[in-house]
Ligand binder design. Structure first.
Ligand code: XIL
Length: 315
């Protein structure tokens, strides 16, 4: 039996997973599955600002460095996640403590220091994460309030300056198909390109739920971003369901995973398809979505569900 990564190699895409670095150290079957089945990894948490700079001026890169070393040893690429976000920022980073000018200097230092630390070792950076609301308006964040919309262009420029090799991505959820949110990204990318801002990629997280169905025009959406010169990637795919699972939901889940994978394979510049965890043993879903779960293709005992076989068949 071929692994997902062997099949993905033949198809010319990277197949990835988010990695829980605590589990990576403690759980051998979990670690061996990552080595065998995946050709790209994303730190689920350990590159987020809150974790890399828990106290102002005190960096802790240890956990992220271990994952990057693991990836190198296994011939895997690393998707760096994430540089600018409204969530999981350090507790010390507040609007009360700093002026807008100071916040801009802090953001600049964060982006440059982090990208410099990992220079040459990161394939993609999710530079700006979740900057729009679902209706296409700008998300109200500490960055928008204090720096204005230009913070996004600034972050991409700083990242490029610090590591010219890394491909620089926008990333969001509910942006699979053509809708108000992806329209906002499309307009933004056109503006950024016109201003020579170094944006290289459009990231689709792909957090689906069986009760909301599978977005229909994902391929058309990928194509329009590719026509602007971008690479595309699925960055955080999972397909959750209201518990308990039943055969209908399990089948719908398989269709969700394969619909996004198929769109990636049919697109011209979709370079990777990353799962937000591959086993229910460690999935974030039950902690965040009340009454939902079973969102990954392997159950808590690492036993494959129909979604796993369906992805293999699609590849
Ligand atoms: C989630 C992690 O999976 C959780 O462990 C953490 O508690 C919260 O963040 N979109 C993103 C990811 O870009 O960083 C989020 O990851 C899931 C949603």
């Amino acid at each position: 039996e071929q692994s997902l990564r062997v099949l993905a190699d033949r198809a010319g895409v990277r197949i990835g997973t988010a990695v829980d670095t605590t589990a990576l150290a403690a759980d051998a079957p979990y670690r061996e599955t990552i080595e065998r089945e995946f050709s790209s990894v994303t730190p689920e948490n350990v590159m987020k600002w809150q974790l890399v700079e828990p106290q102002q001026g005190v960096y802790d890169w240890a956990a992220a460095d271990r994952l990057v070393d693991f990836a190198r040893a296994n011939g895997q690429t690393v998707r760096g996640h994430t540089l600018v976000w409204h969530s999981q920022n350090p507790d010390w980073l507040t609007e009360d403590a700093f002026t807008p000018a100071q916040l801009r200097a802090l953001l600049r230092k964060h982006v440059i220091d982090q990208v410099t630390h990992f220079k040459g070792r990161i394939w993609h950076w999710d530079v700006a994460n979740e900057i729009f609301n679902d209706d296409g308006t700008w998300r109200d964040t500490i960055w928008l309030r204090n720096l204005g919309k230009g913070y996004v262009a600034d972050a991409f420029r700083w990242a490029r300056q610090a590591d010219p090799q890394a491909k620089l991505f926008l990333n969001d959820y509910n942006n699979e198909g053509v809708n108000a949110k992806s329209d906002a990204y499309y307009r933004l990318v056109r503006e950024l390109k016109a201003q020579r801002v170094p944006v290289d990629g459009y990231g689709i997280q792909g957090h689906l739920a069986v009760q909301y169905g599978v977005p229909g025009d994902t391929l058309a959406n990928l194509r329009r971003f590719e026509a602007l010169g971008l690479q595309t990637a699925f960055t955080e795919v999972d397909v959750r369901m209201p518990l308990p699972a039943d055969p209908i939901k399990v089948q719908a889940q398989a269709q969700g995973f394969t619909a996004l994978l198929q769109a990636c394979l049919l697109a011209r510049r979709c370079v990777s398809y990353t799962l937000w965890g591959f086993t229910d043993r460690y999935s974030w879903v039950p902690d965040v979505f009340d009454g939902e779960g079973s969102a990954t293709p392997l159950d808590a005992d690492l036993v494959p569900k129909p979604a796993w076989f369906a992805m293999r068949d699609t590849l």
